[in-house]
Design a protein around this ligand. Structure first.
Ligand SMILES: CC(C)(COP(=O)(O)OP(=O)(O)OC[C@H]1O[C@@H](n2cnc3c(N)ncnc32)[C@H](O)[C@@H]1OP(=O)(O)O)[C@@H](O)C(=O)NCCC(=O)NCCS
Length: 161
């Protein structure tokens, strides 16, 4: 990943966090940007979604645990998040994540992509209530409700920050 890509991913993360996680102080998210782009991203396996030549979403995963999945607010509800999840599902039998309970839109998104709530937890950084969610590959013959199409001209690229 080029340095300008890291900046773009950080920009998406901050913009989407400020909107989706408005129940946490904006100053907290701004204070985490450096840690996110310089420490968390380089330590995880990442993929970016490209719309033409511009990144409009990314996912960072460690094994089967999704650390973060963020889509540019201007590109949400266009299948980008589903496309990134589908890419991960192609090489895994299970996926896990934690999501803020107050981020109901994301909970609905994950449920529409076959995830189920398995436990409740508390975020160690903010103290906010979270759900633990899990997706498991269905045995052959089962057909989970998923959608795999992406935006026109879209592609998924490895993000090796
Ligand atoms: C949650 C997020 C990753 C979803 O990505 P996306 O590209 O917007 O989602 P998709 O277009 O693939 O949506 C797939 C389905 O999920 C559901 N869904 C997605 N966003 C939704 C919303 N805001 N409200 C209700 N349902 C939603 C819908 O069923 C949707 O299908 P439809 O558009 O045909 O109705 C994205 O909105 C985002 O980045 N949000 C802010 C950051 C965040 O909350 N990340 C997750 C934190 S762990």
């Amino acid at each position: 990943m080029q340095s300008q890509d890291i900046d773009r991913v950080g920009e998406i993360w901050l913009e989407a966090s400020l909107t989706a996680h408005s129940f946490v102080s904006a100053d907290f998210w701004r204070s985490q940007l450096e840690t996110m782009t310089r420490e968390m991203l380089p330590a995880t396996e990442g993929y970016v979604h490209m719309d033409a030549d511009r990144i409009d979403g990314f996912v960072a995963v460690d094994g089967d645990f999704i650390h973060c999945l963020f889509v540019d607010p201007e590109h949400q509800r266009q299948g980008v998040g589903t496309t990134l999840l589908s890419h991960l599902k192609g090489s895994r039998d299970a996926l896990r994540l934690r999501v803020y309970q107050q981020n109901q839109d994301a909970v609905v998104f994950y449920e529409s992509n076959g995830f189920v709530i398995t436990a409740e937890a508390s975020c160690p950084h903010t103290g906010c209530a979270e759900f633990e969610m899990e997706w498991r590959k269905q045995p052959q013959g089962m057909h989970p409700k998923t959608r795999t199409e992406g935006a026109p001209n879209a592609s998924i690229d490895p993000c090796d920050a």
